[in-house]
Design a binder for this molecule. Structure first.
Ligand code: PBG
Length: 322
């Protein structure tokens, strides 16, 4: 007790602070999400996400290599097709935008390619699955996810990340991958993905906003944390290798619960709205971008995430080199 105990003793200089630091960020924990748009001839900055652009597929390899050279081991690929239809068939065709982007990245460098798997970028209605009237069908969607996973693996994806929150999606994808000879391709499931307002800027970038209704019948209700444990338990039983919580910042408690409950790697997605809030406030001069970026990423790791998906990956990797 005071005056014998003085916690300030271990804060007196940077060397001591470094020595007793409990959480250390490394670029090796990052996955950099990237957008490739089949309609583009050149880079197009995303207005709602300063510092983030969509690129033509032809630049996929070069752009991914930039992240890799900064020490970021993995990229997550989102494709925006030039043609959408009712079923979202662009998601699984051999020459789909995502498949082309995956091939281009794999040709260029050894970065780990994680394929986001959803239909919302590919469907004319913008929903994550097949629809009937205004219902988003669960079981009928699974076969589309299964085909998409196989075509992404055939294109060279190193990991499949289903983000559609359909029940049974992990099992359907695992079976399809195994049956097609992709037993060693891991699944990182967006297990606890909440129906969040923080995805707003992403939907502009990915042109994936639903044309009617919303995603509340499949994504989780934000007030629920126990239910996230159930989602993660089920995904593990179905064969998920990595469990993801998304968004990250407003759900640090869920990340912590996941860390304490499960002995598999936990990923957290620091989503578009979380990124843009910081960039927006920094542009106005209200906050110090770099400082807050590092604080937030450290908080996500401290909460228990092993892997952080973040649009800050390249900037944070640069900062960590200093
Ligand atoms: C669905 C998907 C979304 C995000 C990642 N995958 C959007 C959604 O569910 O509407 C959000 C990512 C972000 O906001 O950064 N394909």
């Amino acid at each position: 007790m005071f005056p014998d105990t003085r916690l300030r003793r271990l804060r007196m200089n940077p060397q001591i602070r470094e020595m007793v630091r409990e959480t250390r960020l490394s670029p090796k924990n990052f996955i950099y999400p990237m957008f490739f748009n089949e309609n583009l001839q050149k880079e197009k900055p995303i207005a709602s996400m300063p510092g983030v652009s969509a690129f033509p597929v032809s630049q996929a390899g070069k752009e991914a290599a930039k992240a890799y050279e900064l020490g970021v081991p993995a990229v997550m690929i989102f494709g925006i097709p030039n043609h959408k239809d009712e079923e979202g068939s662009g998601a699984w065709i051999k020459d789909g935008v995502t498949q082309k982007a995956i091939r281009s990245v794999k040709k260029e460098c050894d970065v780990v390619v994680v394929a986001d798997l959803c239909l919302c970028e590919y469907t004319s209605h913008g929903h994550c699955g097949r629809v009937k009237g205004d219902e988003i069908l669960n079981d009928a969607t699974l076969e589309f996810y299964a085909k998409t996973a196989v075509s992404q693996a055939q294109a060279g994806a190193d990991m499949i990340a289903p983000s559609g929150m359909m029940d049974g999606m992990v099992a359907a994808i695992r079976t399809a991958l195994d049956d097609s000879g992709f037993r060693n391709i891991p699944i990182m499931s967006y297990s606890a993905k909440y129906a969040s307002g923080f995805y707003g800027p992403f939907r502009d970038a990915a042109e994936s906003a639903p044309k009617f209704g919303d995603r509340r019948s499949h994504q989780m209700d934000p007030p629920n944390a126990r239910e996230a444990i159930r989602e993660m338990e089920l995904d593990l039983e179905e064969g998920a290798d990595i469990l993801m919580v998304k968004p990250a910042l407003a759900y640090l408690d869920v990340i912590r619960d996941a860390r304490l409950m499960f002995n598999v790697p936990i990923a957290a997605y620091n989503v578009s709205g979380e990124y843009s809030m910081i960039m927006g406030a920094a542009e106005k001069g209200w906050i110090d971008r770099d400082r807050i970026m590092m604080e937030v990423l450290t908080a996500i790791k401290r909460a228990g995430a092993d892997i952080i998906l973040t649009y800050f990956a390249k900037e944070a990797a640069k900062k960590l080199r200093e």
